[in-house]
Design a protein around this ligand. Sequence first.
Ligand SMILES: NC(=O)c1ccc[n+]([C@@H]2O[C@H](COP(=O)([O-])OP(=O)(O)OC[C@H]3O[C@@H](n4cnc5c(N)ncnc54)[C@H](O)[C@@H]3O)[C@@H](O)[C@H]2O)c1
Length: 366
Amino acid sequence: MAEKPIGVGLIGCGNIGLLHAASLSHIAGDGVLIRPVIAADLNAENREEVASNWKFERLTADPNEVIAHPEVDAVYICTPTFTHRDLIFSVLSAGKHLYSEKPLAPAFETVKEICRAVLSAPIIAQVGFQMRHNAMHAKVKNFAQTGEIGKPIGYLYRDDECWPTTEFSPFASAWRSQRKFSGGGPLIEHSIHGIDLLSWMFGPPVRVAAATRSVFGYDIEDVAALTIEHESGVVGNLITIYGGVEGREESRFETFFEKATIEITWGVMVESEENSFRITRSGEAPENVAFSRILEERLAALGIGLPPFFWNELASRDFFKCIRTGRKASPGFKDGLIAHATVEAAYRSAREKRMVELKELISDFT
Ligand SMILES: NC(=O)c1ccc[n+]([C@@H]2O[C@H](COP(=O)([O-])OP(=O)(O)OC[C@H]3O[C@@H](n4cnc5c(N)ncnc54)[C@H](O)[C@@H]3O)[C@@H](O)[C@H]2O)c1
């Protein structure tokens, strides 16, 4: 019997909801068996716009209609961070599969409540840390795993982007500059992606020391500088910034292995002018590896012919594979918990001016 398409419901048709819709449409066109059942947004204009990216059969203002729809097997939650908790609990009650955007919630206690519930539910549940699917990151992770250039020793990681609030960017959303809605500034909103990558590559962090600063006058930090120690012994620094420079959104990651260093730079989309990958092996000249080659190799390894335009395409392909096969999603909610605990440890460290152990934050977690 022919396989039935997985029915998709999407809640929240803003920046990332639109990108997910376009990505889902792109992979559906490449043979991934999914169906655009229904999308919801409180804002009618955004609802209409999402349907031009992927032709949903129904549009609604009511997110609960998406969750309850009998043809919906999997729900994407793409609304502002402070709304995730209630929607996630409704998805769990309905027994649907879940793809939730990060951060999971503004407050760490709420994140724990969410993770406890999701981890005991018999569903496939994935967190929107799509940077794990960036081909350059997968290549660094591969070096960390194989030992070909020795063990990883330490790293420097930097994210910077223009303040994502309407004052600086007409496409940004006002909720981001209020702690009660977003949970904080660039660390929780943006660099939680980086923190997930670092845990994925080097194992979970055990302790964090951090300093934060607020310059632009919002009630969230606009710079955070962290020193992170991983269980594996790897140590590194992460700095993240919301600056006032429009059009600038770049991330850079330098990893120091026993026998080589790797420096990578990337932008938001797959094809970004910032993309670069340089490896310097002991005793050899630095080698710049073309991004096109890295992407080609990654797609070949995954058996995918169509290059993505946004990394969440690869994340979604994997999500649907997990639904089909019953495999656990990666990144899942345990990964979400570790990333959030690291962020929380950093905020606590900055407030209390001391190094914070992750076990202080998750020792009660079962
Ligand atoms: N994975 C990523 O790289 C990435 C990128 C951007 C944003 N995000 C995350 O995705 C989430 C959304 O961010 P965004 O930039 O798309 O925000 P946004 O403000 O652009 O869009 C949010 C949309 O949700 C709608 N909405 C709000 N409450 C709703 C509700 N209860 N029901 C239905 N619709 C509702 C709004 O009308 C708006 O259209 C945030 O948690 C954000 O941190 C993730």
